[in-house]
Design a protein around this ligand. Structure first.
Ligand code: KIV
Length: 266
């Protein structure tokens, strides 16, 4: 095993009050840059359905797609902890099929852990996976695989009873063996309450500053999706415009003959 950021280290980070940084990646080149940039964890998210495949939701992503991208990411990583998303289709049927899918993601994709969306409804499965030696990261709040049931990509847990239910789900996931939980698009006060109630780390996206860590989609934080500016997103670079500019200059130089110059020729 090459990874040096272990689950124990992530859990110790919570106890020590050191924030955890997680970024998504889908290929070896980005994974290497993110690993060298110092992220604690890399998520091979099923958000690849959006940013790689161009779908409007994550629902069409298959287990084969996830295995392919997880294996590519693993080839670029030497240090960070890597989590692979279980795609929607892989754990909505029998628990036996879901356990088999998680085993394939670990064995063929090579990741260190799997992530599943849901609370009490997947508690048995989480317990079975962890008993089988498969570390599970939970995911509560806005769970994009349930976008149709939730009625859109919107903040979750605003009403008091929804907030209570989410808090209970978080406790149930911890009791079932989850080692960390992503909290997506929940009010800051609820994210803080969940974080304080658990001994395992919470990793927020659109959940405010009080979670134990943060996760962002790499294409979003690098500013590669020009039209995407949700409230929670900070763009740390403007690569979208940079790439467009570079391509435009390349095209102009091919047209004008400025490229290739003598120094590029044999
Ligand atoms: O698929 C994904 O990238 C995710 C993160 C947004 C948490 O689940």
């Amino acid at each position: 095993m090459r990874q040096t950021v272990t689950i124990r280290k992530l859990q110790k980070a919570k106890r020590d009050g050191r924030r955890i940084s997680m970024v998504t990646a889908y290929d070896a080149t980005f994974a290497r840059l993110i690993d060298q940039g110092g992220a604690d964890a890399i998520l091979v998210g099923d958000s690849l359905g959006n940013v790689i495949q161009g779908h409007g939701t994550t629902l069409p992503v298959t287990l084969e797609h996830m295995i392919y991208h997880c294996a590519a990411v693993m080839r670029g990583v030497t240090r960070a902890h890597v989590v692979g998303d279980m795609p929607f289709i892989s754990y909505r049927g029998s628990e036996d099929d879901a356990v088999h899918a998680a085993c394939r993601l670990m064995a063929e994709g090579g990741v260190n852990a799997v992530k599943l969306e849901g609370g009490r409804s997947i508690a048995n499965l989480v317990a079975r996976l962890t008993t089988a030696g498969i570390p599970v990261m939970g995911h509560l709040g806005l769970t994009p695989q349930s976008v149709h049931q939730l009625g859109g990509f919107r903040v979750q847990g605003r009403a008091e009873d929804d907030a209570q239910r989410l808090l209970e789900d978080a406790r149930i996931l911890e009791e079932s063996g989850a080692y960390a939980i992503v909290l997506e698009m929940v009010p800051q006060a609820l994210a803080r309450e969940v974080t304080e109630a658990l001994t395992i780390p919470t990793i927020g996206i659109g959940a405010g500053p009080d979670t134990d860590g943060q996760v962002l989609v790499c294409y979003d934080l690098l500013g590669m999706n020009l039209d995407f500016q949700p409230k929670f997103l900070k763009k740390y670079a403007n690569l979208g415009e940079g790439i467009q500019q570079a391509i435009q200059t390349y095209c102009e130089e091919v047209q004008s003959g400025a490229f290739p110059a003598d120094e590029h020729s044999f």
